[in-house]
Design a protein around this ligand. Structure first.
Ligand code: HEM
Length: 468
């Protein structure tokens, strides 16, 4: 397109697909590919990958601008999205227009009704923390493998709001489902994946891009959720007990035609996926950084002792007084970069950005990784330094221009309050009960897995009980 943002020269049909793949093979991470394009072509880069126009933005002030403008609030129509949602655009994360507005409003309202941001949510998190601590205690003589330690406890808090029940830590079906989501997230990417850019390829090479694996995983998830929704239908009471009940009741009123059976299933699927993978990966990163930085771990433990005394495990109320601990959690999020390219947006109409023309239906990637790792703003960005989030007088200091792990604007994460509460309570209760140590002879691999979210590769941790 004319006056499109700069980028490498385009070939017919494939566009810049080969440039992209070549760089990806070299750099191994999608966000680094976009950082590398940005170095060469500037803060706004325009590519064509197969049939899709993709513009990536790396600078914080432009990202803020874009996330604040309604014409950038669409979502790409991904191929996997369609598999997941019966060939239609359903759910919450990838829908647009009124459907998105209504579903987002309903979800937020309903999650709040069933606990989000309320005292009961904290109680449920504390319950999950206690069970996890017991579980770690029973195994603490031997090293524990950190792979999906947090998956079920984290999902449980959300699942109680959505479906009114929690899962046992050793529930095999849920382990399997979380594992499927985890491996699908490793296979997908925000740039859309090859199948997305050249859809006809899926008929030629079905294994391409893990296509079959992802489709299989989605079908397993759908079957599982169908069972849960059927149960709710059978046991529906006058007073709704959870989000699914509320949805079913609202659907029965027939006042809004975006409330359908298929929509309910897709909404649950979206919330399940968005809510489990993100927070539990961040907690795995937390464990990783703590074994790499024992001195920081000691400082967190000392702060808890100094501020709360030696026999009180922190509550959310204590958060404001545990400033160093808060700074450590912020630094874990900054370095962990769970959603390195955020979630892709799409232009709803032709528009302009800093003098460039951006056609309708262009995919927009916000490079959150770059925002958090930009050496022009962050001093020694690859070093783990919690002090960067503390002012001279020891107060927590967050510059919202350069720290946006949950995104910004109308599409901002709806689970932020829950995620922050989970991160704080799980992190502090673990460090209150244990000191974490690296296992002799098994230095962890600090390079994360790539994917739609980043996650640490599995590593071993020794949990040493603290005498508090
Ligand atoms: C540490 C944990 C989390 C991080 C870092 C995170 C990050 C993000 C980011 C970057 C976005 C995209 C914003 C954009 O489109 O520009 C997002 C969207 C979203 N998140 Fe989270 N998230 C986390 C936890 C959660 C949880 C626990 C839930 C469960 C309720 C959740 C539900 C969602 C949903 C539904 C959206 C899509 C919103 C929309 O499209 O309107 N997230 N999140």
């Amino acid at each position: 397109p004319k006056n499109y943002p700069p980028g490498p020269r385009c070939l017919p049909i494939v566009g810049n697909l080969f440039d992209y793949k070549t760089l990806y093979n070299k750099l191994k991470y999608h966000h680094l590919v976009w950082c590398s394009f940005a170095k060469k072509y500037g803060d706004i880069v325009g590519l064509k990958l197969g049939q899709n126009l993709i513009v990536s933005i790396t600078k914080p002030d432009i990202i803020r601008d874009v996330l604040g403008r309604p014409e950038f609030s669409g979502r790409p129509n991904s191929f996997f999205q369609k598999v997941k949602t019966f060939g239609k655009n359903l759910g919450i994360v990838f829908v647009e227009g009124n459907q998105w507005k209504n579903q987002r409003k309903f979800s937020l309202h309903s999650l709040r009704q069933f606990g989000l941001g309320r005292k009961i949510m904290e109680e449920q998190i504390r319950e999950e923390c206690m069970l996890l601590i017991e579980n770690f205690s029973s195994q603490c003589k031997k090293p524990i493998l950190m792979d999906d330690a947090f998956g079920i406890p984290i999902l449980n808090v959300l699942w109680i709001m959505i479906a009114g029940k929690r899962f046992d830590t050793d529930d095999k079906t849920i382990h399997k489902l979380l594992d499927l989501i985890h491996s699908s997230f490793r296979l997908m990417d925000m740039s859309g994946g090859t199948v997305n850019q050249l859809p006809f390829l899926k008929y030629i090479i079905p294994e391409l891009g893990g296509y079959n694996k992802i489709v299989g995983a989605l079908h397993t998830m759908i079957n599982f959720l169908e069972g849960i929704i059927e149960d709710h239908k059978r046991n529906l009471k006058d007073e709704p007990q959870d989000l699914i009940d509320s949805f079913l009741q609202y659907m029965a009123l027939k006042t809004d035609d975006t409330f359908t059976d298929e929509q309910l299933l897709s909404l649950c699927l979206d919330l399940f996926m968005a809510g489990s993978e993100t927070t539990s990966n961040t907690l795995s990163f937390a464990m990783l950084y703590m074994i790499l930085h024992p001195e920081i771990q000691r400082k967190v433990q000392k702060e808890m002792n100094d501020v709360l005394g030696s026999n009180k495990c922190p509550t959310l109320e204590d958060r404001q007084n545990l400033k160093y601990t808060q700074a450590v959690i912020l630094e874990i999020q900054r370095m962990g970069n769970i959603a390195p390219l955020g979630i892709a947006h799409k232009t709803l109409k032709a528009t302009q950005l800093r003098g460039y023309d951006i056609p309708k239906d262009t995919i927009i990637l916000t490079n959150l990784y770059n925002v958090h790792m930009d050496p022009q703003y962050w001093d020694e960005p690859s070093k783990f330094k919690p002090e960067r989030f503390l002012s001279q007088d020891g107060n927590v200091m967050v510059d919202e221009e350069h720290f946006i792990p949950f995104g910004l604007g109308k599409r901002r994460c709806i689970g932020e309050v829950l995620a922050k509460a989970n991160l704080f309570l799980f992190f502090t209760s673990i460090l209150y009960h244990f000191s974490l140590e690296m296992v002799d002879g098994s230095y962890p691999d600090t390079e994360p897995y790539d994917g739609i979210t980043l996650s640490p590769k599995p590593f071993l941790v020794q949990f040493i009980p603290r005498t508090v």
